[in-house]
Design a protein around this ligand. Structure first.
Ligand SMILES: [Ca+2]
Ligand SMILES: [Ca+2]
Length: 279
């Protein structure tokens, strides 16, 4: 009995030593501890610059943007959005000489604002606010494809009329790439894409593809890959749609640029000749 008790005591002592030993390697400081204990936060998609600034203003709460710094690693400690408030920090994320101001994090940037005090702006959201995408608006052609079914579906861009005129989509991308192909997800009455222009940094427009849409007319939907022979560095393209030739709404869900490494870049901003969302 005595020996059993002694053995148990040893086991308990060893067990508590093990627990203490498991805790002790944690370095001090809450920031480091959080990194150790919390699972990594997955990086969300970056908003278009104008949408990000709008979000960072916290619905008009902050005014006069003083500085924007890039700090993707702060996602882990501040999450994708953080209204941090007033800070006097002059040095952060490798930047120095930062102004005093109100800090807001919208992944992957900090926005530093001069003044605070504005309230929630009354009234409806701006019509092109990407955070509230309009049904069939050109903004529905930004981002990754999100329309799985063929059909007249709100998550794709649709022109104002079915066949009233020929149409175009003007798409902007976060990065400048030299695309080897343009990929067009057509989700209703496909087959109408006829031409693609790329806008170079000097604003010159270059025709990079012209021809018959590889997705045949009559299909429910299709993914058209349009090869580009010319080497053009661009962050903006225009896709032309022969709407008058292909009956019905020729809806487009997403338009990507495939770069030389095979990576697809999705549009971050889009405008169009017309849109059903404006009706
Ligand atoms: Ca049409
Ligand atoms: Ca879409």
């Amino acid at each position: 009995m005595g020996r059993a008790w002694f053995t148990l005591s040893i086991v308990l002592v060893l067990a508590s030593a093990t627990v203490a030993g498991a805790r002790s390697p944690l370095p001090p400081g809450p920031r480091v501890a959080l990194e150790v204990l919390q699972p990594a936060v997955e990086a969300p998609a970056e908003l278009a610059p104008d949408a990000a600034v709008r979000k960072a203003s916290v619905e008009g709460k902050y005014q006069t943007l003083l500085s924007v710094i890039r700090a993707p690693e702060d996602l882990q400690n501040y999450t994708a959005f953080n209204d941090y408030g007033l800070s006097y920090t002059a040095t952060w994320a490798g930047y120095s000489g930062l102004p005093k101001g109100h800090w807001v994090y919208v992944y992957p940037h900090w926005y530093i604002w001069k003044t605070a005090g504005g309230g929630r702006v009354p009234g409806p959201a701006a019509p092109d606010a990407p955070l509230t995408k309009r049904a069939w608006g050109p903004e529905q052609a930004t981002g990754e494809p999100d329309t799985d079914q063929a059909g007249d579906i709100v998550t794709a861009w649709a022109s104002a009329t079915q066949d009233g005129q020929d149409e175009w989509l003007d798409l902007e991308y976060a990065a400048t790439v030299t695309p080897v192909a343009v990929i067009v997800h057509e989700t209703f009455n496909p087959g109408a894409v006829s031409r693609v222009l790329a806008v170079r940094a000097d604003t010159e427009e270059v025709e990079v593809w012209k021809g018959a849409d590889p997705t045949p007319v009559g299909r429910g939907k299709g993914v058209s890959i349009l090869p580009i022979q010319a080497e053009v560095a661009t962050s903006r393209i225009k896709v032309f749609i022969d709407s008058t030739r292909v009956p019905g709404w020729n809806e487009i869900d997403a338009v990507g640029l495939i770069d030389q490494m095979g990576k697809t870049h999705w549009a971050t901003r889009a405008t169009a000749s017309t849109t059903y969302a404006a009706r």
